[in-house]
Ligand binder design. Structure first.
Ligand code: MTE
Length: 313
């Protein structure tokens, strides 16, 4: 992310979920939305049921309006409101995710089949490297469930992920000025990918993912900075060597491969000791909470035993 921009969503702009939902009910079905000519995703979001998952935060959730209108998704523009404004023409169906590389059974999965996995609702903290955070009720399933299906070989050490490239539907991929190289790519070590906290999310707040949040399927790794959560995934490959990652390629001094949330390792241009929870504290307050080691998910610490977390940012 080129520069730290403090969040500008006053809490008064944010609609609580119950009011949001009653407004939706008033407007009626998906067909009703289409008839009203509302922007793409509102017409497509569909209810998605999921069992309550094992991970639940004892924290106030970030209101739905904020989760879906304050985003980073450079394929739709670099501004925080660009993704919602520009993602209306994006088509998250039909969709397939190819899983290949060092696996016994490479496969291509239809999104319809992935939606039949045992879906869970999990509320996770999300901490962006820029200094803001949210608490989001995701719906998804452990990435390890998908990896099991393709049978990774012993030589597989890392997992790489790739976002779709569709300049015709993604205005941020058109034009002379391109802020990043496409496709957006990310990666995890295999043991990180297999950790029970790591999920592929297909929904949030009880509905399928809005386009701006990474429809139809995105990665969520709650102990890492938000940019590791690659959106609109079309390919997952098991590989031997540490894969390329978009933000490291863009600026290796500022964005490392691991990017675990760590209040003790500052970004070269700002402190990471505190964060601003979006929707809390009003317009003038910034950095209203201390940032927690591994974003509060201390159970992952054993993945990094013996590793210098300052050198391996
Ligand atoms: N994935 C893709 N393909 N393109 C992006 O620009 N931005 C990342 C991540 N995934 C991004 C992406 C960043 S910087 C963050 S903080 C999170 O998505 C934001 O997710 P959210 O908008 O759902 O909060």
């Amino acid at each position: 992310m080129p520069a730290y921009r403090p969040p500008h969503i006053p809490s008064t702009d944010i609609t609580p979920r119950d009011i949001y939902l009653s407004r939706r009910n008033f407007l009626g079905t998906a067909a009703g939305f289409a008839a009203l000519g509302l922007a793409g995703q509102d017409a497509m979001a569909a209810p998605l049921s999921a069992a309550p998952g094992a991970y639940k935060l004892d924290e106030k959730l970030t209101p739905l309006d904020a989760v879906t209108s304050y985003n980073n998704f450079y394929e739709f523009g670099t501004g925080k409101t660009d993704p919602k404004e520009n993602a209306g023409d994006f088509k998250p169906t039909p969709w397939t995710v190819k899983v290949d590389g060092l696996v016994g059974k490479p496969q291509e999965f239809n999104i319809e089949d992935l939606l039949k996995y045992q879906l869970e609702e999990r509320t996770y903290r999300m901490r962006c490297v820029e200094g803001w955070s949210m608490a989001i009720p995701w719906i998804g399933f452990p990435l390890s469930a998908l990896l099991d299906k393709v049978e990774p070989l012993g030589s597989a050490k890392f997992v790489s992920f790739e976002t779709v490239v569709r300049p015709e539907e993604m205005p941020g991929q058109r034009g002379l000025f391109q802020p990043l190289d496409w496709p957006y790519v990310e990666g995890l070590r295999l043991d990180e990918a297999r950790h029970p906290l790591t999920i592929l999310a297909v929904g949030l707040y009880g509905e399928t993912l809005p386009n701006q949040n990474g429809a139809p399927i995105r990665l969520v790794v709650p102990w890492k900075y938000g940019f590791k959560g690659i959106k609109s995934i079309v390919r997952i490959s098991l590989v031997e060597k540490q894969p390329e990652t978009t933000w490291k390629n863009s600026n290796a001094r500022e964005y490392g491969f691991f990017s675990n949330v760590n209040p003790n390792v500052d970004h070269p241009r700002w402190s990471q000791a505190h964060e601003q929870r979006i929707g809390e504290g009003g317009v003038f307050s910034t950095q209203n909470r201390p940032t927690l080691m591994f974003n509060g998910y201390e159970e992952v610490a054993s993945l990094y035993t013996g590793m210098d977390l300052k050198a391996n940012y």
